[in-house]
Design a binder for this molecule. Structure first.
Ligand SMILES: *Cc1c(COP(=O)(O)O)cnc(C)c1O
Length: 355
C-alpha cells in the first residue's frame, strides 16, 4: 500500500533526494567510497558544502553580507546561541508556542527579555498582532511557523529593530526578505534534510557586538570563519540538504514551493471547513500551510480513534496531533505531493459517508 507521509519531523523528503542519498552512501561520485567514510575536508566534499551555501543564497535571494552555516545541535541549541551572540542588554520575543517559549527561556539567562505578546491563554491557536516592540532591544525573535499548533506568520513583519527567526518548519516554503533579519535558523529535519543538520543564515556585521566571552563552538564567528568546517560538520545530512536544494531549484524555486503550499493547504482546509465531522483548531487568518491541525467536531468526539485507524488503514502516516493539541495534524511540507493531500481528503469524505 502506498504510504502518505504526514510526519511533523523528521518528515517527508522528495523520493529522488532519498535515492540520491542512498546512492552516495554506496558510492560517492563514483569514487568507490561511501560518503560516510570520507573526510569532510576531502576535495570532493568541499564542493558539496559550497554548492549548498550557494543554492541557499540563490533560492532565498540572500543579500551580500550574510553567511550560511551548517551546524549540529538542532534548533534547540540555537535557542541559546542566539542570546549568547546577540543579546547584550535586552531582547524581545513573541510567544507563539512551545518552541518560542523555549527560545525565550534560554535568552533569560543572558539579559532582559520582553515578551511582547503571547497567545498561551488560547493554547496558541492564533498569532498575537497588537503589540509594540521596544525600540531599544538588540533583536526581536519570532517563530514563523508553529509546528505544534499549526499557526504561521506567512509574511515578514515590519518592525524597526533587527529580527531573528526560527524558520525550522517553513523554510523554503515562501520567499523571505532576508534583509529584515540578522539571523534565521532552523533544524533541517522538517523541510530540508534528515535530522542532524541545523541551518543558520547570519548577518556578518551583526556579530561581535556583545561584550561577554562566547565559547568557541557557540560563537557564530567561529563557523563563519571556518566555513562550517571548524569541526566535523554533519556530512551526510548536508549531502542530503544539497539534493533537496537542487530539487527545489529544479521544481521552480521558492515561489513555486509557495504556490504548491497554498494549493495543498487550501485543498485540505476547504475539506476541514466543509466536512461536518472535523473542525480546524487554528484561527483562520493564521492557519499554517505546513502543519494543518484539526480535531473531531464535538458531536463526533468519540470517533477520534476510529478515524485515526480508518486513515492509517488507508496509508496515512503521522496524522496524530501533538499531545498538547490532540486530534490530527497533517504536515504538508515542500516534498508532500498534492496526491497525498487528496488521499487524506478522500479518507475524510469516506469516513463522513459512513456516519
Ligand atoms: C522542530 C522544531 C524545533 C526543534 O528543533 P530541534 O532541531 O529538534 O532542536 C524548534 N523550532 C521549531 C519551530 C520546530 O518546528
Amino acid at each position: 500500500m502506498k504510504k502518505h507521509n504526514f510526519n511533523a519531523g523528521p518528515s517527508i523528503l522528495p523520493r529522488e533526494v532519498i535515492e540520491q542519498t542512498a546512492q552516495a552512501v554506496l558510492d560517492f561520485n563514483g569514487s568507490g567510497l561511501s560518503v560516510l567514510e570520507i573526510s569532510h575536508r576531502a576535495k570532493d566534499f568541499q564542493p558539496v558544502v559550497d554548492e549548498a551555501v550557494a543554492l541557499f543564497k540563490e533560492l532565498l535571494n540572500i543579500p551580500e553580507g550574510y553567511s550560511v552555516l551548517f551546524l549540529g545541535g538542532g534548533a534547540s541549541l540555537e535557542f541559546c546561541m542566539i542570546p549568547f551572540n546577540f543579546l547584550e542588554k535586552k531582547a524581545a520575543y513573541l510567544n507563539t508556542g512551545v518552541w518560542a517559549k523555549k527560545a525565550m527561556k534560554e535568552a533569560k539567562g543572558f539579559g532582559e527579555v520582553v515578551e511582547v505578546a503571547s497567545s498561551a491563554e488560547a493554547t496558541y491557536t492564533y498569532i498575537p498582532k497588537d503589540y509594540t516592540v521596544p525600540a531599544d532591544v538588540d533583536y526581536f525573535h519570532i517563530t514563523t511557523n508553529n509546528t505544534i499548533y499549526g499557526t504561521e506568520l506567512k509574511e515578514d513583519l515590519d518592525v524597526n529593530v533587527p529580527m531573528i527567526a526560527d524558520m525550522s518548519s517553513d523554510i523554503f516554503s515562501r520567499p523571505i526578505d532576508v534583509s529584515k533579519y540578522i539571523c534565521i535558523y532552523g533544524g533541517g529535519q522538517k523541510n530540508l534534510a534528515p535530522a542532524g543538520v541545523t541551518f543558520v543564515i547570519v548577518k556578518n556585521d551583526a556579530l561581535g557586538k556583545v561584550s561577554r566571552y562566547i565559547p568557541t563552538m557557540l560563537n557564530y564567528q567561529t563557523h563563519v570563519d571556518g566555513g562550517s568546517m571548524f569541526n566535523t560538520p554533519p556530512v551526510l545530512p548536508i549531502y542530503t540538504a544539497l539534493q533537496t536544494l537542487r530539487w527545489i531549484k529544479a521544481q521552480g524555486g521558492v515561489a513555486e514551493m509557495e504556490r504548491r503550499a497554498i494549493e495543498k493547504a487550501d485543498m485540505l482546509y476547504a475539506e476541514i471547513d466543509r466536512n461536518k465531522m472535523f473542525v480546524g483548531t487554528a484561527a483562520k487568518e493564521d492557519r499554517s500551510r505546513m502543519n494543518i491541525c484539526f480535531v473531531m467536531a464535538p458531536e463526533y468526539k468519540d470517533l477520534e480513534a476510529d478515524f485515526l485507524k480508518f486513515a492509517t488503514e488507508r496509508g496515512m502516516v503521522g496524522i496524530k496531533g501533538h499531545r498538547s493539541v490532540g486530534g490530527f495534524r497533517a504536515s504538508c511540507y515542500n516534498a508532500m505531493p498534492k496526491e497525498s493531500v487528496q488521499a487524506l481528503i478522500d479518507c475524510m469524505q469516506e469516513f463522513e459517508k459512513l456516519h
